[in-house]
Design a protein around this ligand. Structure first.
Ligand SMILES: [Zn+2]
Length: 161
């Protein structure tokens, strides 16, 4: 059995091997193309499963260049981690928890229960849970609206009682 050295990790591998047994680097042009194709298919599958609303992003299918970026594979995840989204989430946590804490200190008043609901509703995990049946996260505007309604109801009850 003839051996060769993997150009990537310098492991000694079988001369006929198409992929390195140590690091998985493709050893032939053919194997490299096969890997590219595989990665491209995975990326398309991920995009399709995440709703496929992004379109093909102007990528022409015939080139076969296979330069799949992280954004292609994890497009949705990356979008969710934009600065604005992060800021929004942090704000929701702060407002949500603050509302819940205030509600708990006033829990003897019926209005506190609405504050409690509003505080829970605006927390990002709740938004995601509510969004599950419709296949995504609930719209922020919807959660903010819900929060305002609950807090307004709670405040009204505080005022009346
Ligand atoms: Zn290797």
């Amino acid at each position: 059995m003839r051996m060769k050295t993997c150009p990537r990790c310098e492991a000694s591998i079988d001369d006929s091997a198409r992929f390195c047994s140590q690091c998985g680097a493709p050893q032939t042009e053919e194997a490299a193309e096969e890997l590219d194709e595989y990665v491209r298919q995975q990326a398309e599958q991920v995009a399709a499963e995440s709703g496929g609303v992004r379109g093909d992003g102007g990528r022409s299918g015939g080139t076969g260049s296979g330069d799949v970026t992280t954004a292609d594979v994890f497009g949705v995840a990356v979008e969710e981690l934009t600065d604005r989204e992060q800021l929004w989430r942090r704000g929701c946590y702060v407002v949500g928890y603050a509302t819940v804490v205030v509600a708990l200190t006033q829990i003897t008043n019926p209005g506190a229960w609405f504050l409690l609901l509003g505080g829970i509703a605006i927390l990002p995990p709740t938004r995601r849970l509510l969004g599950l049946p419709v296949g995504g996260t609930f719209k922020r505007e919807a959660m903010a609206g819900l929060y305002v309604v609950f807090v307004a109801l709670g405040a009204a009850l505080f005022f009346v009682l």
